[in-house]
Design a binder for this molecule. Structure first.
Ligand SMILES: Cc1cc2nc3c(=O)[nH]c(=O)nc-3n(C[C@H](O)[C@H](O)[C@H](O)COP(=O)(O)OP(=O)(O)OC[C@H]3O[C@@H](n4cnc5c(N)ncnc54)[C@H](O)[C@@H]3O)c2cc1C
Length: 388
């Protein structure tokens, strides 16, 4: 295209990708060609997904089509990325190939429920829109028995989501007058809820579970599910029956990343914690697909709040490089994050802090209506800001 110098490919248009693409366009105008590639025609705002489970949102209200990007002067390619050659600066979608000057990889995490025997047949996928739509119907029809919320493997995105699910279901069934007939239990390989947020937050969430009569089974790594017998088998030799199984599926780096030279030992893309640069020049990875080691050896959690902040840093720095303006100082990502933890009854708690500091300083503010409305406002802001 005439007048356009550099080509920037944004691979993936979820939380990180939509922010990066918009910010690049805003800062660079027509000084760069921006190609956004996503296999899905729609962006999903996952922080609102749990509201779909209890009928507070229709699934179409938390998704937006991506074709509008073309009207904003970007090129939207609705295709699956099948290959990335960072050495040759090429991204392929089947036979189509795109050459780039800059690449931002924001492909998120791939979900692999099929890697645990019986999981797909026996339960509902909490991390998938269709799974949650089906789950919503099952929750509505559930009148008694045990609800098991199972975290299948570590790591998983949004460390708070399964605990929020437990709180929301507790509140939902209390309001229906059916809570006495229902047992709720969270099973996880973790030793504490949200361990990366520290002992204090973990203990506080545990107390919140106990006070609502929600059971917590730590260090329970599932091996298989017997869908017919409604039975979970754990690696520690224990087993447990369920009436309704809700699961967080195992996460892996997307195959196209695992097959590329970008991936590290774990499959995820190692990046510089401050700049999100990969080992390849002009290639950045942001959000869930990136792996950032914290000073104490733990990994930065996979959450939209980080994908968002990292996208802003990377878009700014690429624009500064292209524009060559001395006045545009390079930015860094400093590890700040926050999370609204839905606790039911129209309330949420609020966790915030810095994940790069030593020791880590994460605080949990008491549940209240204000934080719940904070989350609702965030959702409104999201669609207004990035989709106008
Ligand atoms: C139930 C739930 C609740 C959550 N709540 C919160 C919350 O309250 N706060 C918070 O901060 N985070 C929350 N998260 C986590 C948050 O959604 C993710 O961390 C965030 O979406 C990561 O952004 P991303 O850009 O890295 O990846 P994603 O948003 O997952 O985007 C990745 C994109 O890449 C595309 N893609 C993948 N592979 C390919 C391919 N081969 N070719 C083309 N396109 C591809 C996908 O279609 C997708 O659009 C929640 C997640 C869930 C599931």
């Amino acid at each position: 295209m005439q007048g356009m110098g550099k080509t920037i490919v944004v691979a993936g248009c979820g939380i990180g990708g939509i922010v990066a693409a918009n910010e690049l366009r805003k800062k660079l105008g027509d000084k760069a060609r921006i190609i956004v590639i996503d296999k899905s025609p729609k962006h999903v705002f996952y922080p609102s997904l749990l509201w779909v489970m209890i009928g507070l949102r229709a699934p179409e209200k938390i998704q937006k089509g991506l074709s509008f990007l073309s009207a904003k002067g970007m090129e939207f390619v609705n295709s699956e990325i099948t290959g990335i050659s960072a050495e040759k600066r090429r991204v392929s979608c089947g036979k189509k190939t795109f050459t780039y000057d800059y690449l931002i990889v924001s492909l998120g995490a791939a979900l692999s429920p099929e890697s645990v025997e019986g999981l797909m047949e026996g339960g509902y996928n909490l991390y998938d829109v269709n799974g949650v739509v089906r789950l919503g119907k099952a929750v509505k029809a559930f009148s008694g028995g045990k609800i098991a919320i199972l975290i299948a493997r570590l790591p998983f995105k949004c460390p708070a989501a399964p605990y929020e699910t437990a709180f929301l279901l507790d509140s939902y069934f209390r309001r229906k007058g059916a809570r006495r007939m229902i047992e709720i239990e969270v099973y996880t390989p973790e030793s504490l809820p949200m361990p990366v947020a520290g002992l204090e937050t973990g203990e506080a969430v545990k107390e919140m579970l106990e006070s609502r009569n929600i059971k917590f089974s730590p260090e329970s790594a599932v091996v298989s599910i017997n869908a017919k017998k409604k039975l979970m088998q754990f690696g520690n030799g224990k087993s447990a029956k369920f009436g309704l199984l809700i699961f967080v599926p195992p996460h892996t780096a997307p195959k196209v990343i695992r097959d590329s030279a970008l991936s590290g030992e774990s499959g995820w893309i190692p990046v510089d914690a401050a700049t999100l640069k990969t080992k390849f020049e002009n290639v950045y990875a942001i959000g869930d697909v990136a792996s950032v080691k914290l000073p104490d050896g733990k990994m930065l959690p996979k959450a939209g709040v980080f994908a968002h902040a990292q996208a802003e840093v990377v878009a700014h720095n690429i624009a500064a490089e292209i524009l060559g303006r001395g006045s545009m100082k390079m930015r860094t990502f400093g590890g700040n994050g926050y999370c609204f933890l839905e606790t039911g009854d129209g309330k949420a708690a609020f966790s915030h802090g810095n994940f790069y500091s030593v020791p880590r300083s994460i605080r949990l503010k008491k549940a209240g209506r204000l934080w719940h409305w904070g989350k609702v406002l965030l959702e409104k802001y999201w669609f207004w800001k990035w989709f106008k």
